[in-house]
Design a protein. Structure first.
Length: 296
């Protein structure tokens, strides 16, 4: 692991899109970026919650609707976009929820955490000039591979397994996105981050009441703050890191502390699985990697 002091540069005149910006890490990420001068577009599924959250942010923000559980909403968000995006933060997520499906029939955790962001990124990519940061989790290690034969986990759904698979997908997505950007000669960087264990709303929607209770206690006694949990995202977004870098907390087994580069599972480095996941995600969403060659 590598830690270094984080000095965030002035970001005035730039624009960021942060998904799930109304709470937890998304809101804390928004706060930091806006404080550094960025205009932050808070992409949220509930605009009222978004507007309430935006009131607590110093700086320039704009709230726009985005439901990652509905590809029509993702397309509408992208179609309404005009102008450069210096930073796209794929932060929104759901964790260990009871089995359900998105509007397009995908298992919700895979659909929201991975497929929704996959579609959003590719639909916005011609606007992106800087970085795409995708928020994964240390829990990506809880699965050894993507189950390509049963992506929706129809024959073996457990809330934790579905979450872990979606978070492994976030890292494979970053790996393949970076490879494609490089192959296209694009200066855009794809990076990833995880917050360790941060006290947010994430665990309060879990399917298992015992787990929810334990996490509520853990959030009070063990977890770091949402503000601290957002620092790896800021690190991956603003520091001098290589393509496909993964940032996380560097203390207590990667659960808390100052951000730095961190390790990932072997499965998250599997470039063949990353390409396969990309192809399957294109088929499922109907969204492809765009032509990034400069226009006439
Ligand atoms: N907290 C941790 O310890 C931890 C650890 C590892 C990874 N992470 C990752 O960190 C990211 C942020 O989570 P958090 O901890 O900040 O949890 P959080 O407070 O629950 O925030 C999650 C955000 O995602 C939004 N969201 C959920 N479903 C959505 C959808 N269909 N469309 C658009 N937005 C949606 C939520 O909106 P609503 O408010 O409307 O529900 C909320 O704004 C997630 O990707 C999570 O996997 C967190």
């Amino acid at each position: 692991m590598e830690t270094k002091a984080v000095t965030i540069p002035d970001l005035s005149g730039r624009t960021a899109v942060v998904t799930g910006a109304n709470s937890g890490l998304g809101l804390e990420t928004t706060r930091v970026l806006a404080r550094k001068g960025m205009r932050v577009v808070m992409a949220v599924r509930d605009e009222d919650k978004g507007r309430t959250a935006a009131k607590a942010v110093d700086g320039t923000t704009e709230v726009r609707p985005l439901d990652l559980a509905d590809l029509a909403s993702v397309r509408a968000f992208a179609e309404g976009w005009d102008g450069p995006i210096h930073l796209l933060v794929n932060n929104a997520g759901v964790m260990a929820v009871p089995r359900s499906c998105t509007a397009d029939g995908f298992e919700t955790q895979f659909g929201v955490n991975h497929l929704g962001h996959f579609a959003l990124t590719n639909l916005l990519l011609t606007h992106v000039t800087g970085r795409v940061v995708t928020v994964s989790s240390g829990l990506h290690r809880m699965v050894r591979a993507i189950d390509f034969d049963d992506l929706n986990l129809d024959s073996g759904y457990t809330p934790g397994r579905a979450y872990a698979q979606s978070k492994l997908a976030n890292l494979l997505f970053t790996l393949e996105l970076q490879r494609r950007l490089e192959a296209a000669g694009s200066p855009v960087l794809a990076t990833a981050a995880h917050p360790g264990y941060a006290a947010t709303n994430l665990q309060s929607h879990a399917a298992n009441p015992l787990y929810r209770g334990l996490m509520a206690v853990g959030n009070r006694l063990i977890a770091q703050s949402g503000a601290a949990g957002a620092l790896p995202t800021i690190y991956a977004a603003t520091q001098d890191v290589p393509g496909a870098a993964f940032a996380g907390p560097t203390k207590m087994g990667g659960t808390r502390g100052a951000p730095g580069l961190c390790s990932r599972s072997e499965a998250a480095w599997d470039s063949i699985a990353a390409r396969r996941l990309w192809t399957v995600s294109e088929e499922l969403t109907g969204v492809e990697f765009p032509d990034l060659s400069p226009g006439d």
